[in-house]
Design a protein around this ligand. Sequence first.
Ligand code: DGY
Length: 327
Amino acid sequence: MSKKSVLVYGRLTDDQLATLARDFDVTHFSGTDLANDPAFHKALQGAHGLVGASLAITPDLLDMAPRLEAIASVSVGVDNYPVEELTRRGILLCNTPDVLTETTADTGFLLIMATARRAVELAEFIKRGDWEAGIGEAQFGSDVHGKTLGMVGFGRIGAAIARRGALGFGMKILYSNASPKPELEAELGAERRELDALLAEADFVCVTVPLTAATEKLIGAREFSLMKPSGIFVNIARGKVVDEPALIAALETGEIKAAGLDVFEQEPLPSESPLPHMKNVVALPHIGSATTETRNAMAQRAVDNITLALKGQRPINLVNADTWSKP
Ligand code: DGY
């Protein structure tokens, strides 16, 4: 019997590729514009599985892949996939939660610290040779410890950031979330708020909600106007959860103090964006989960998911559970 075909378009280690190749006929793509790559289109015709990330899978691409059974995304976010359409076609969609939670939370806290203590701006100050005398008020930052951290979204990653804040920095934790989280309230003393109240009360507002139709542009001009002028905004979720021009305006006018951003409306960030050039912004190139250990673990989880799915076994992380009818 011929092997099923798997197209890989994300970074897997050589060992992971070799593992996959034991069971499947593997083709590795490394181009940056796969959606318009004729070789990729041709390979889709015979593909049973896809493994990768950062490629928007459209219904048009799915039409080119009549044999497709499963996709293993090397990401926790699934905003690049038409989930309902995949379910309708009976195509399994898998992701990589859990293995990236702590690393992504580290990035969230890095942004909280770096913005509050102006770490990037003041490192640049030294590099320019501007450190000529003792530093004074012009270089002062804000405390993190003891402040109020407002989590917009309180899933696994949000909870891990809040844990760092509450247990490591003595922060008061507020959260807004569709459902209450009594276990985290007990563990961290977290208090649930409506979004508007959280924005008004928090010193740090940290967004961790997934991007869905309901969360697109969740934070816009009205929401920034509710934040304290000393408030710091952190986004490690998805850029499209925020109205980016409204964020830029709030930072320019001093409506909020600073922002730490790992994600942007358009990625890679267009060169004309003012955000990385603003003194009160710490901008990172979507590195939430980008450590060697965690990216290897995510890739391994994707390999495990696709292997199980294409062998007819339930994958570890099945996003569209409605596709699974087996007992
Ligand atoms: C994720 O896993 O969703 C990260 O944001 C990387 O895309």
